[in-house]
Write a protein that binds this ligand. Structure first.
Ligand SMILES: *Cc1c(COP(=O)(O)O)cnc(C)c1O
Length: 383
């Protein structure tokens, strides 16, 4: 499909090409100096003690669950209005995802009250997702986690560069996980990074990343180690130097690109208020500074979302839907271990939400085109 305005677009230029070429010429291809430099750059930016680059955020979340001590039968409270990786990784570790509701139609993040209501003697951890880069209520959730002795993990796939309550998101819990998948705010094609300030967790995460081995190929190449032991059941979740080099190039552009996303989001809000005031806009009163990964809106009640998305498509505009709630997926409904939950706010948002195009290369005028198309599609659906 040749969209007039796509949902998302990458910002790649000569910097990324040069970054890849430099690695090919250096001839050291996996986890080495460039990966360390990438990890250090992110650690410095977010003020974290440890960052561990990995092959994708799904691997990062899996490792986070293992390091957080999720064992078979342990319950982990998660939102349902998120990408399925958030809860799949709990299942990988043998845990049971317990779905909590979101706060409201204006705050699509997991509700602290719903978290508290779902705590049982088997609850071991909470995974929060900063939807669209907008901060969860971390002070309230951190307090709940402390009182109930739960590990707190952030799925910060949308939130690199976001901050709230004096902390960078991804660095506001025991372990944070960033994604560098192709449609995220910065990308390495596939990639992810773990964040922690706990030396013990960092040590475990580094072991899990590479087969539980006590030394890495790079250390041996450097002459630091001859031999190794295997001290845990680990995985191959490593990143490579090519992707780390792309990551460094992308990371340099992140502050300006996030600023541009925030500007475009505000332009969307102003125009929607003016042209289609019955469309609801979540997160208008969000905490802190958002990475503005997504531009979600809620259609007026009673309107068929598919009809609007078709109407936008016929006008050359790609939209999406974040997210089909996980608790309705067949694999989840058919899993007898997962407790059934009624999530009325999640269900309402799931019916009404449409995600509008948002990427740094979007022109100011493109926002007008999208909002006018939305106005037109809604008017058509009422004919
Ligand atoms: C993209 C995404 C993931 C998975 O990230 P990958 O790097 O593709 O594994 C997990 N959670 C959320 C909320 C995401 O948007």
């Amino acid at each position: 499909m040749n969209w007039r305005i796509p949902l998302a677009d990458i910002d790649f230029g000569p910097e990324e090409t040069a970054a890849v070429q430099s690695i090919l010429e250096k001839r050291w291809l996996t986890m080495g100096e460039v990966t360390q430099e990438f990890e250090q750059a992110v650690a410095d930016f977010i003020g974290a003690r440890h960052t561990i680059a990995v092959t994708n955020a799904t691997a990062a979340l899996h490792m986070a669950c293992l390091a957080a001590g999720i064992h078979p039968g342990d319950e982990v409270i998660v939102p349902s209005l998120t990408f399925v990786a958030t809860s799949n990784t709990v299942l990988y570790a043998g845990g049971i995802p317990v779905f909590a509701d979101i706060t409201s139609t204006l705050d699509l993040n997991i509700s602290p009250e719903s978290i508290e209501k779902n705590i049982t003697p088997r609850t071991r951890a909470v995974i929060v997702v900063h939807y669209g880069g907008y901060a969860c209520d971390m002070p309230a959730i951190t307090d709940i986690a402390r009182r109930h002795n739960l590990r707190l993990i952030e799925d910060a796939a949308h939130a690199i560069g976001s901050e709230a309550d004096g902390k960078k998101l991804g660095n506001a819990s025991d372990i944070g996980c960033y994604s560098f998948f192709s449609n995220k705010n910065m990308t390495t094609a596939e990639g992810g990074m773990l964040v922690t300030n706990d030396d013990g967790l960092a040590k475990q995460l580094r072991l899990l990343r590479s087969h539980g081995m006590t030394s890495l190929t790079w250390d041996r190449h450097q002459g630091h180690a001859w031999d190794y032991d295997v001290v845990a059941l680990g995985y191959n979740y490593r990143i490579d130097e090519i992707r780390s080099a792309i990551g460094l190039a992308q990371f340099k552009k992140l502050p300006a690109n996030n600023e541009r996303r925030r500007f475009l989001s505000q332009r969307y809000r102003d125009l929607i208020h003016e042209l289609t005031p019955d469309v609801e806009i979540p997160f208008e009163n969000h905490r802190g500074v958002s990475a503005a990964h997504l531009m979600p809106v809620l259609l007026p009640k009673g309107i068929q979302r598919n009809q609007i998305m078709e109407g936008m498509k016929s006008r050359g505009i790609q939209t999406s839907h974040h997210y089909p709630p996980i608790h309705h997926f067949t694999a989840y409904k058919n899993n007898p271990a997962i407790p059934h939950k009624d999530l009325p706010v999640t269900d309402e948002v799931a019916l009404r939400e449409v995600t509008l195009p948002l990427y740094p290369g979007m022109k100011d005028e493109d926002v007008n085109i999208v909002v006018e198309a939305l106005q037109g599609a809604i008017a058509d659906s009422r004919k």
